[in-house]
Write a protein that binds this ligand. Structure first.
Ligand code: ZN
Length: 315
């Protein structure tokens, strides 16, 4: 694996790790703190040789990395945390709620994806559920989150960077803000719609909280947003408005497929008709559920139980 470094602004360096699947890369950030030390944000995935690459990179810095901050527990953000703690000799900092969900997601096979029975309740055929769990196991092998991190809370000051809670993509998603520069994790991305999904053990109606986070981003009006994927954003209000519009449109589409009672899985096949690998099908199911649950909250759909399965229908 090869790490690529780019200086985006004074004291804001981007470190890009290529990924074999999905978006194809993830960005970590080296931020200069008020003390002159570096703060590393997010950690990529633990490929076998990643420790050596990071050791080489950190050796070129003019000051130590004092802390490693994790925005959220998703594999491409938390997966290298334990490796980097060793390499940098630095403390890992993670949100309390996010750490709880991290342990649940990566310590129990079914903690994040759901068990075969739970998935059956959402309409997922058993063979698809087995494949989802197998692919999650394979990914788990590349995730080395750091046990017992230092906890961060909203409002904390991390060497001059302010901790913000912007939930929705993950319940406990944290960002950092300093002098109009927002390090956004996956809350807002150029060209990609951040995933918002309903998962076991997570808080209800994440889409409502995500839309509120987009609104707050518009109010914060950072002049530069650097994120976990793709290029930086300078028009954050404009991008937030596009994402609000995207979800408004997807909510309408979700309402339309509820012309008869459907399981979330069946709704997801209509809303995401492409042939997807199991992991992506699981995300499509979670994203569809987020839209269905938001429709219920808005009084536009009803949730029913029949034969041990959950169904949604237009109100
Ligand atoms: Zn993420």
């Amino acid at each position: 694996v090869h790490l690529t470094v780019a200086e985006l602004a004074p004291g804001v360096r981007r470190v890009t790790q290529p990924l074999p699947i999905g978006i194809g890369h993830v960005h970590c950030y080296l931020l200069r703190g008020a003390s002159g030390a570096w703060l590393l944000v997010d950690t990529g995935i633990s490929f076998p040789d990643v420790a050596d690459r990071w050791r080489e990179l950190l050796a070129t810095l003019d000051a130590p990395v004092e802390r490693i901050f994790v925005t959220h527990f998703h594999p491409d953000h938390v997966g290298g945390a334990d490796v980097l703690r060793d390499v940098a000799g630095a403390q890992v900092v993670q949100g309390r709620l996010d750490y709880d969900q991290c342990v649940r997601a990566w310590s129990h096979r079914e903690g994040w994806m759901g068990s075969v029975d739970e998935l059956a309740g959402l309409g997922v055929p058993d063979d698809v559920a087995e494949e989802i769990l197998q692919q999650h196991d394979a990914l788990s092998d590349l995730v080395r989150f750091a046990r017992d991190p230092e906890h961060a809370d909203p409002g904390d000051d991390l060497d001059g960077w302010q901790v913000l809670h912007l939930p929705g993509h993950a319940d406990g998603h944290l960002c950092l803000l300093r002098d109009g520069v927002l390090v956004a994790g996956d809350v807002i991305l150029a060209k990609i719609t951040p995933h918002v999904g309903v998962y076991p053990g997570a808080q209800p109606n994440p889409l409502a909280r995500y839309l509120a986070s987009l609104h707050r981003l518009g109010e914060l009006a950072p002049r530069l947003v650097v994120a976990g994927h793709r290029e930086p954003l300078d028009d954050v209000a404009g991008r937030a408005a596009e994402l609000v519009e995207h979800h408004r449109h997807r909510l309408d589409e979700a309402e339309q497929v509820l012309d008869e009672p459907r399981t979330p899985y069946d709704a997801s096949l209509l809303l995401f008709p492409d042939d997807l690998i199991a992991t992506l099908r699981r995300m499509a199911l979670a994203e569809s559920l987020a839209h269905l649950e938001h429709l219920v909250a808005e009084g536009r759909a009803a949730r029913l139980q029949a034969d041990g399965r959950t169904l949604y229908v237009r109100a």
